[in-house]
Write a protein that binds this ligand. Sequence first.
Ligand code: CA
Ligand code: CA
Length: 322
Amino acid sequence: MACALAAPPAAPGPTVWTNTIGMAFVKVPAGSFWMGSGESPDTLAQAFPQLERERFTQLADEAPVHRVRISRAFYLGQHEVTVGQFRRFIEASGYRPESEADGTGGYGYNPDYDPATTARGDAFEGRNPRYSWRNPGFAQDETHPVVNVTWNDAQALAAWLSRTEGHHYRLPTEAEWEYACRAGTRTRYPHGDAPAGLAQEANVFDQAAAPYWPRWQQHALARSDGYAFTAPVGRLAPNTFGLHDMLGNAWEWVSDWHGDNYYAQSPGTDPQGPAEGSVRVRRGGSWHTWAFYARCSYRNWNSPDTRYTLVGMRLVREIGPR
Ligand SMILES: [Ca+2]
Ligand SMILES: [Ca+2]
């Protein structure tokens, strides 16, 4: 009798812990890594020939590459916070997100809006009260990453979860975020250096999105990840730690203030960012981001009350007693 060949055992997935509003967390081990990027403008120009050279000289804040130790394991959201999870928070807590509380709204995609005829030239319409986390101008269901949320909104969500569950929730530090994104790699992306490979692991600006912004067609990935706007979280391949969408889908707020020269003087263990500042860091790029700006080391920032169609969050739950 012929034997059916047994399938090889599936690689074990990460151990997942789920909280009271359905947020899944995976354990990120303590460890050390090389943070930042030391790539020269020449090297980057070869890899990203469609970009103007001056873009490669504006990355001083990614250097120097420096060794960082993350001294304690932590739980990190396996996914970005979703629309459904944020809705549960709003309904249970009564919290009013900044875009609604201050009455100025958020940003949104409007097919009739033309960046070329507006003073700011922004890709999106706003601020406008018709836009908020409830409506970024494109369709989102409960499984998509929440956007149009501020750094302050993220603090409110973390504080509410900490209060109701008795665990300590917070945004990741910038170092924790990059350590988790890299998951043991030193390359531009978790899969390696080639931008084309991003299509499997990150929802970025690609052939699905380009028809909506034909002006930027030359910056679209040559392949399609299947999503023109946000994707349901977890649809694309995870990194080695089992984390999805660290790159792409929605930018993610981290706890640090941004400092241009911070890496030259930051502590080697558990850096927390500059003691003061005016803008908070966001990481990882979004569904609208070109591959160059979705590198693991790339840093961007905004004021803590910024709300935008591209920016969301993921949370840390600390391990151990508060
Ligand atoms: Ca896409
Ligand atoms: Ca993301």
